[in-house]
Every structure is written in structure tokens, then in C-alpha cells.
Design a protein. Structure first.
Lengths: 109, 110
């Protein structure tokens, strides 16, 4: 079974803090994704990566950056967290099928 | 803009009935199609994938694909209260990216 592991299920941060969300997959997938999901807005793609050190902007990259130094790990960085970044963050990896991690519910106070 | 559309629901069906969930997509180049189930507060989990026109059955679930009409559906037979969730349709054109619909909320009433 594919396993996509997100480092935290719940996270509470203060406005202005730098936040790191980590994601690790164990299936040697080339492609990895970060989404956020908000009520009524569905899944929105923030960034994706199709190879080590490669990244592509999704639909809502503003306020976020990513890092992929190793194939199995894809990190999402909030440089200066703001209250409007309070959301559920979902990591996924894929070859032909996309598999999701359990999600991180981030609250920015 | 590639789009995937679904009725947001809620779709309510009685226990034991057939639930029918529909999805349309705009990109004619789409090649692979997926249905995910998402329980409240949880992440999406894959139920079915379908790549060819026609029906694909897996237990109580049947996915139906019609590429000419750009339409994919999911039928759930003998619906159970545990099937109550949001169902997401996703489409891929063999590129890296997947396009998700907004999801249909299904409620199965005991």
C-alpha cells in the first residue's frame, strides 16, 4: 500500500511565524502535491513537484513556498503565517493515481 | 481553464437505495478518471479509477465513463449510512496534474 505521511495532524501557530509542513511518501513517486481545502471551496492546488528540486506553481501559490531536496519528501513553507492561511492542508503523491496523506489542520491565531 | 463539475448536493437517499453521482469535465484530452470518498475531517481516499468507455464494477460501486459526452458517474448500490460522505471526481490527462471537482455530499438516511 502507498503511504503518504504528513508530519502533524493539528498545528496551531501565531501570525507572522514561519511554518513548515512536511510530507513523506514511500512509493518512489515522481510527483508530489500540496493542496489546501476550505469549506465550499474544494481542493485548491498550491504547488506541485514532478522531480527532485523541481516545482511548479498551482492555482494559489501566493504566501507559500516549497522544497523538494529528496524524492520522498516535499515540504510546504509558510514564510509568514497569516490568519487567512488557516485551513486543512493535504499532501498527495502520484505516479498514475493520486494518494493523499491524512492532512494537517493548521490554525493561525 | 480545465474544469470538473459536480452537483454539490446534498444528495439524500434512503438506506438500501442506489445513489447516483455525476461528474462532467471540460478537457477532451482527459484520459483517466477517479472517484474519491472523503469523510468529514478526513482526507480523500480512492474508491475507483476508470480509463475506458463503459462500466467498471467493484463490489457495490460502479463507475461509468462516456468520453463522447465528457461524463463520468458513480453508482453506489445498496447504500449504507456509512457511505455518507463527500465524493470527489478527479480527471487527469496523463500529465502530472489532476483536476478535482468540488465534490457531492451524499447522505444515506437509515
Amino acid at each position: 500500500d502507498v503511504k503518504v505521511t504528513q508530519s502533524s495532524r493539528y498545528l496551531v501557530k501565531r501570525t507572522g511565524e514561519k511554518v513548515f509542513l512536511e510530507c513523506v511518501q514511500d512509493m518512489d513517486h515522481e510527483n508530489m502535491f500540496w493542496y489546501r481545502q476550505d469549506p465550499g471551496l474544494g481542493l485548491r492546488l498550491i504547488y506541485f513537484s514532478y522531480d527532485v528540486k523541481m516545482k511548479e506553481k498551482g492555482d494559489i501559490p501566493e504566501g507559500y513556498s516549497v522544497s523538494r531536496e529528496k524524492k520522498e519528501r516535499f515540504s510546504l513553507i509558510l514564510e509568514s503565517a497569516s490568519t487567512n492561511q488557516t485551513s486543512m492542508y493535504l499532501c498527495a503523491s502520484s505516479k498514475n493515481i493520486q494518494y493523499f496523506g491524512a492532512g494537517t489542520r493548521l490554525s493561525v491565531l | 481553464q480545465k474544469e470538473v463539475e459536480q452537483n454539490s448536493g446534498p444528495l439524500s437517499v434512503p438506506e438500501g437505495a442506489i445513489a447516483s453521482l455525476n461528474c462532467t469535465y471540460s478537457d477532451r484530452g482527459s484520459q483517466s478518471f477517479f472517484w474519491y470518498r472523503q469523510y468529514s475531517g478526513k482526507s480523500p481516499e480512492l474508491i475507483m479509477s476508470i480509463y475506458s468507455n463503459g462500466d467498471k464494477e467493484d463490489g457495490r460501486f460502479t463507475a461509468q465513463l462516456n468520453k463522447a459526452s465528457q461524463y463520468v458517474s458513480l453508482l453506489i448500490r445498496d447504500s449504507q449510512p456509512s457511505d455518507s460522505a463527500t465524493y470527489l471526481c478527479a480527471v487527469n490527462n496523463y500529465g502530472q496534474n489532476f483536476v478535482f471537482g468540488p465534490g457531492t455530499r451524499l447522505s444515506v438516511l437509515p
